[in-house]
Design a protein around this ligand. Structure first.
Ligand code: HPA
Length: 272
């Protein structure tokens, strides 16, 4: 089945379950999932029940789409995202984003946990993503392009909405939350970087590095949606003495910074 037909089938299944049109899609990073508690839930649909959705590689971790209201807006949030390192194809990683577009979503808000590559950063910093570098991550648009989904050669001069970045900075200032702005470097993982790789990424102009987001953002831009994305800096891999990183440390740092990120996302949603 052509991708567009799969997407239409998936969207029509979801619309039978839930008839409000979400205008905002939310994707949450590792350790940042309790954001969904802010949503006044109308309907939850398990990924395993949704036709054409990627099948989870981890048993009991299938995830769900949550539909509801937040900050006076109809939203859909992914509780659980798909990563390339789990064995999903780039197109599978991008599939839920494309479904969001079919459902009527106009703006996607994305969060992630990321390693600090800018030596001024400290653990717990929030970084608004102003641009990205895809470093060895495969492009989700590889293969035949279906014109109905977007152009063959999408412009990527401004993947992250400058208007939303400006709004988020003003919100952070009002809330007295310090935010950084920087370039997110997307890698495949699942290994964290070697010392030499962190240095390479710094030399290339990256401020942070992580294993998600880039493929989702490309799919969102391809389909004409606006994107805002923010990283929580969970470790400072660029500092040699801090280069031993564990997943537990990443999750804990994300969890600690989550309330700051949540309050910025909520205020931003109100202003959309
Ligand atoms: N590298 C890649 N991904 C990450 C890191 C990191 O240092 N921290 C959190 N996600």
């Amino acid at each position: 089945m052509a991708l567009i037909d799969q997407l239409k089938e998936t969207a029509s299944y979801i619309q039978q379950q839930c008839n409000t049109v979400p205008l905002i899609g939310i994707v949450l990073g590792s350790g940042l999932g309790s954001f969904v508690n802010e949503i006044k839930v109308e309907k939850e649909i398990s990924y395993s029940d949704i036709p054409n959705f990627p099948v989870s590689t981890v048993e009991g971790h299938s995830g769900k789409l949550i539909f509801g209201e937040l900050g006076g807006k109809n939203v859909v949030a992914m509780a659980g995202r798909f990563h390339f390192y789990e064995g999903y194809t780039p197109a599978q990683v991008a599939f839920p984003i494309r479904v969001m577009k079919q459902l009527g979503v106009e703006t996607v808000l994305i969060s992630n946990a990321a390693g600090g590559v800018n030596s001024k950063f400290v653990v717990g910093d929030l970084m608004i993503i102003k641009d990205h570098i895809s470093l060895f991550t495969l492009n989700p648009l590889l293969g035949k392009n279906e014109e109905e989904l977007g152009p063959r050669f999408p412009d990527m001069s401004e993947p992250y909405s400058v208007e939303l970045i400006t709004k988020a900075k003003a919100i952070a200032e009002k809330l007295e939350i310090t935010v950084r702005t920087g370039v997110y470097t997307g890698v495949t993982g699942p290994t964290f970087e070697t010392r030499s790789e962190y240095k390479l990424i710094q030399t290339l102009g990256g401020d942070a590095v992580g294993m998600s987001t880039v493929q989702e953002v490309i799919a969102a831009v391809h389909s004409g949606m606006k994107v805002f994305a923010m990283s929580v800096i969970t470790d400072i891999g660029i500092r040699e003495e801090d280069n031993v990183i564990t997943h537990e440390e990443v999750l804990q740092a994300a969890k600690d910074a989550e309330p700051k990120l949540t309050s910025i996302f909520i205020e931003l949603i109100k202003e959309l």
